[in-house]
Design a protein around this ligand. Sequence first.
Ligand SMILES: NC(=O)c1ccc[n+]([C@@H]2O[C@H](COP(=O)([O-])OP(=O)(O)OC[C@H]3O[C@@H](n4cnc5c(N)ncnc54)[C@H](O)[C@@H]3O)[C@@H](O)[C@H]2O)c1
Length: 381
Amino acid sequence: MKNIGVIGCGNILETYLRSQEYFNNINFVSCSDINMELAKKTASENNLKAQTVEELLSDNSIDIVLNITIPQAHFEVSKKILEAGKHVYSEKPMSVKYDQAKELLEISNRKNLYFGNAPDTFLGGGGQLSREIIDSNELGEILTGNFIFAFPGVQDFHPNPESWFQDGGGPLIDMGPYFFTTLVNLLGPAKNIRSRGVKFSNKREYKAGPKKGKYFNVDIPTSYMFNLEFQNKSIIQGFISFDVLNHKRNHVELYGTKGSIIVPDPNMFGGPVMTSGQLGSDWLEHSVESKPLGKTNIFNKTVRSNEAPKQSNYRGVGLSEMVDSIENQRQQRCNGELALHVLDIIESAMVAANDKTEVNMRSTCKKPQPFNDKEIINLLK
Ligand SMILES: NC(=O)c1ccc[n+]([C@@H]2O[C@H](COP(=O)([O-])OP(=O)(O)OC[C@H]3O[C@@H](n4cnc5c(N)ncnc54)[C@H](O)[C@@H]3O)[C@@H](O)[C@H]2O)c1
């Protein structure tokens, strides 16, 4: 059994702690935060050790560190973890800058340490069934498609929304990792991107918390529209936005030479997956409720307007699969090459928009291996 320490005791920690109830090899022993009061409170509520970041990094009993600090701190914290000789599992994105993430991957390779990265949602029932259907060739070759993530922005419910609207934030960095990881899992690595980024307004109003009614600055584009060509020649159109109140489009639709598929929400683990064949034919619904990581396990509505009230959320499976990979000395599915390529797509979308030009990817990666039910059951309690 590997011991895991956590750096960052914010919102998402509760979800990771819950993963210990699902998976048999996740063992959190200690937690840390720059806010030590928060670390102490979290530790006492969850039967963990509270340590400063330095104490945690020099603790020989800890093998793996989960980095769930804010995106702007991911690089600095992950680098310290690797330098301390420990494996990293980081929340998305790997870093807010491609060059920094590349450096992390180089250090981890040099030191023979694992670098794992969220999102792991593509390992869920919806992502895996979509992969199975596409790999079976029943839809033929995927030629085109589109996806959307669009909501009004976190200022509607978050008391401190500023970082989402400053350098290192924005809709692409925040939500792009889910969509691009899902697309790479289905179609393989990307080749190039054309993009447009728009900032519709220089200020936004705080809608929640003590600053409600006041305004904050918007420094970066809040909507991106682009098309992304993959190495397999398919071209997918994307729209990621903090400027939409409500919409009714499907998260991801892909169109093949023999049929079409509606891929369920890349931010979640469930289904259903929908497919159709010839022009005018019915859409078939493929439930994933019988899949080990597809079954609905969340029944309360979240604050995010685009999320369904009932969901399947098995976050932590990527960490569990990495622990198993370390123990069996093979590459984990949520690996650094994949996360670096996803960050390449994100940064290239921004550069393409800014320079009004097509941008080629600097990186590539392997399509992750399909994750079969037998392997999943092996990790479940
Ligand atoms: N909240 C979500 O629903 C959600 C979902 C999926 C992924 N994520 C990702 O998880 C990560 C954390 O998100 P969150 O919502 O929990 O954020 P948060 O702001 O609630 O918590 C982050 C914590 O990290 C601490 N921290 C910041 N810099 C640090 C440093 N240098 N050293 C030690 N501690 C530091 C902060 O004090 C804070 O307690 C982000 O990368 C986010 O993209 C969040």
